[in-house]
Ligand binder design. Structure first.
Ligand code: BDR
Ligand code: CA
Length: 357
């Protein structure tokens, strides 16, 4: 039976791959996506999320708009290190679909309270909205079987020397979530940097000939360019982590990561270390373990999962009834929707370039 999840995103390039992976995997039932400020401003994160679902022919997945700034801090837009990697708007046609009405926090609360306690929560952006929902209605906790977070870092940070972006952007929110008492798996940089996707593998995704494969190739290649320019992988240039997609793959197949069950907390007051996930591998704090923290990942398995899942098309597109946008890429005369019955290869999409590249 497919695992139900809610994916909480701040859609930039790796969130986009995560969304496509969750939406197209036969092992996942994507109940909805909730959107938070993070990689770029909330409006752009929402628009990017809608673009992704429309592009892969799944406009029916509900998208809910959430928080536009961290709980206790001003969004430091001008210092936001993520824009160097993601840009602002994804390189996909502008969305014609809209976000669902209402606030994502209320939708989360209503959805959990009405659920059978079987919807896993997968936040892959700053934890602002999840913390807000927990504080507003603590009863939701008993309905959340597990929280699988992309975030945190032990060995090295990316926003600062010791902090990972999702936690760094809203450490107060992260602290609430990490200490909420529910089962938590954390997929930090220590794991995502062990499961890279190379340029060659990105071209392999493009060669799948599906909308998701084409989009993933664009996003991964953009990521590699950004990483090589700003924070090259020390052990391997020409490849980049696709963090958020690894968290989704860990829901599908937990063996794609290797975890240790340890006490983890979040630094909110440190001058140099704010946003650090403090990992007590040796139980010095005498606190009980609260997080299954991933220190390793299986790169070949991750890439194989992406190839398998992103090679799929949406059910409506498979039956030929779905309206799958962007039948060919203006960057190439080669049709990219070859695997999709009824795809309109005569109507190229007006692809937009990211404004912040
Ligand atoms: C995380 O930060 C964001 O930039 C990515 O989307 C990912 O969720 C990695 O640090
Ligand atoms: Ca993200």
């Amino acid at each position: 039976m497919a695992t139900k999840i809610i994916l909480d995103v701040d859609t930039g390039t790796d969130d986009a791959v995560a969304l496509m992976t969750a939406a197209l995997s036969p092992d996942i039932e994507l109940v909805g996506a909730t959107v938070v400020n993070g990689n770029t401003v909330l409006d752009s994160c929402v628009e990017n999320t809608l673009r992704v679902f429309e592009w892969i022919g799944m406009p029916e997945v509900p998208v809910h708009r959430g928080m536009s700034r961290p709980l206790a801090r001003v969004q430091p837009t001008q210092l936001n290190p993520a824009t160097r990697i993601h840009g602002d708007r994804l390189d996909l046609p502008e969305a014609t679909i809209k976000a669902a009405p209402g606030h994502a926090v209320d939708w989360l609360i209503d959805t959990y309270l009405a659920s059978a306690g079987d919807i896993r929560l997968v936040p892959v952006g700053p934890l602002t909205k999840i913390a807000t929902a927990i504080v507003k209605e603590p009863r939701i906790l008993e309905y959340i079987p597990e929280i699988v977070i992309m975030g945190g870092a032990h060995d090295h940070g990316n926003s600062t020397a010791s902090a990972e972006f999702n936690i760094w952007l809203d450490p107060e929110a992260a602290r609430i979530v990490v200490n909420c008492g529910r089962p938590i798996r954390m997929v930090p940089l220590d794991a995502t940097h062990r499961a890279l996707v190379s340029g060659e593998q990105a071209e392999g995704l493009r060669a799948l000939g599906t909308p998701a494969g084409e989009a993933a190739a664009r996003f991964v290649l953009k990521r590699i360019e950004g990483y090589d320019a700003t924070q090259p992988m020390p052990h391997r240039g020409g490849a980049a982590p696709v963090h958020d997609a690894l968290a989704v793959c860990a829901v599908i197949d937990p063996t794609v990561i290797t975890t240790e069950f340890i006490p983890v907390d979040v630094e909110t007051g440190g001058e140099l270390s704010v946003g650090r996930t403090v990992c007590d591998f040796r139980f010095r704090s005498r606190r009980p373990a609260n997080v299954h923290f991933a220190m390793d990942a299986d790169e070949p398995k991750f890439n194989a999962m992406l190839r398998d899942i992103l090679g799929r098309t949406a059910p409506a597109a498979r039956s030929g009834t779905g309206q799958v946008p962007g039948a060919s890429s203006p960057r190439s005369s080669r049709p990219v929707m070859g695997a999709v019955d009824g795809a309109d290869s005569a109507s190229p999409s007006p692809l937009q370039s990211s404004s912040a590249e």
